[in-house]
Design a protein around this ligand. Structure first.
Ligand code: ADP
Length: 396
């Protein structure tokens, strides 16, 4: 079956068409600037060059229409007609406490996703728009919602409660949810497969280090803790997000700079992280180049970033009473060779190490620790689209 995987943002839409039998990507692409002047579609059929088309996309329905047109195009398409799409898998950011698993989408599910809009005001409404656009154009094709939060729903209360008046949990569901769940689930399972171990009796710490970054502790096949919280702002230092802070900093900066809380929150989301601290860039390639040129603030920023990652690994090794595997994934985790070395340099006491020759790898599954290391350290490229396609096939 061919599964169309959709990841819809407020002005963008990413897609992949995956053959579920071979698990090959037949085509993938991106619609940008939907509803804004200068919208464009980048379509890439497997094994062919990218085709970029500048065309008006006033809304997401038009964008989905164009995606279908590209997929079925005579010259650059990969299928003959819409009938060859067996199901659609949608990435949905926030499932709140309603969804601990992926689900087949119906009216009730749509309502429940809408009920989570408050928890992810930038993402969930866009996800719903993407689903509705697909339903309009493919009314008979089954659709599945795969939630970023679902994998983390197994966390115990002690991991998801905040030290706040309990009424805020009861009234507003303020608690830790965690994100990147599809990636943490995929990578932790893949770790067990690669090592030939039982997923149900392994302690794994997954470091998803991309533009957004989060760490999870997966014990005996279940997520028991993760670094992102009510929103993706908590935890590690990220590309542009601050991660953990003394909460009093918000009011302090608001007072000093004469800003509203919304304005400070925006700074914490968009202008902080390694970008804000270094003043160089949110991209680790730029940061490494600046550090190599002797930029002291870039050097300090990278140090601070890796220190925080190591600190979380230590915390999760403590709460799980040990760890068998530490896995690095996403853009930085998969590609940043010195970064992995730096993080693991803190973890000798756990029995983790890195062999430079093995660590000299980008975007490839590999064990990078020595044979005698007590804790295996691995690079495991994530594949959220494939995970969504698999979930979709499982449910339809
Ligand atoms: P997103 O969260 O947007 O999906 P990615 O997982 O694609 O992010 O990660 C993006 C980050 O990966 C970039 O900011 C970049 O710093 C980092 N990255 C990508 N390639 C490399 C590389 N070769 N070396 C170091 N960092 C890299």
């Amino acid at each position: 079956m061919n599964v169309l995987v959709i990841n819809c943002g407020s002005s963008s839409l990413k897609y992949q068409l995956i053959d579920s039998y071979t698990e090959k990507v037949l085509a993938k692409g991106l619609c940008e600037r939907i509803g804004i002047d200068g919208s464009m579609l980048t379509h890439q059929p497997e094994g062919k060059d990218k085709i970029v088309t500048q065309t008006d996309m006033p809304n997401h329905t038009v964008a989905v229409e164009l995606v279908i047109k590209s997929l079925t195009d005579r010259e650059n398409g990969v299928i003959d007609s819409l009938e060859e799409i067996g199901a659609v898998g949608h990435r949905v950011v926030h499932g709140g406490e309603s969804f601990a698993e992926s689900v087949v989408i119906n009216d009730e599910v749509m309502k429940a996703i809408e009920d989570c809009n408050d928890l992810a005001p930038l993402h969930n409404p866009a996800n719903l728009i993407g689903i509705r656009a697909c339903q309009e154009l493919m009314p008979d094709v089954p659709m599945v919602a795969v939630f970023d939060t679902a994998f983390h729903q197994t966390m115990p209360k002690k991991a998801y409660y905040y030290g706040l008046p309990h009424e805020y949990y009861e009234k507003y569901k303020v608690r830790r949810y965690g994100f990147h769940g599809t990636s943490h689930s995929y990578v932790s399972k893949r770790v067990a497969e690669i090592l030939g171990k039982d997923y149900g009796s392994l302690k794994t710490i997954v470091c998803h280090l991309g533009n957004g970054a989060s760490i999870s502790a997966v014990m005996n096949g279940k997520c028991v803790d993760t670094s992102m919280g009510l929103t993706p702002l908590e935890g590690l230092i990220m590309g542009t997000r601050s991660g953990d802070l003394d909460p009093a900093i918000l009011g302090y900066i608001a007072g000093k700079e004469n800003l509203t809380l919304d304005e400070v929150t925006n700074i914490l989301n968009k202008k902080s992280g390694v970008l804000g601290l270094s003043g160089v860039s949110s991209d680790f390639r730029d940061l490494e180049a600046a550090a190599n040129d002797g930029n002291q603030l870039a050097i300090d920023t990278l140090d601070t970033y890796y220190y925080r990652v190591a600190k979380y690994i230590g915390a999760y090794a403590a709460t799980m009473n040990g760890v068998d595997v530490i896995a690095f994934t996403a853009g930085v985790g998969e590609n940043n060779i010195t970064g992995r070395e730096q993080v693991v340099s803190y973890l000798g006491y756990l029995g983790a190490d890195v062999v430079p020759e093995k660590n000299n790898v980008r975007g490839k599954e590999q064990v990078i620790s020595s044979d005698q290391a007590k804790v295996k350290v691995m690079v495991v490229p994530t594949n959220e689209e494939l995970a969504i396609a698999r979930e979709t096939v499982r449910l339809v």
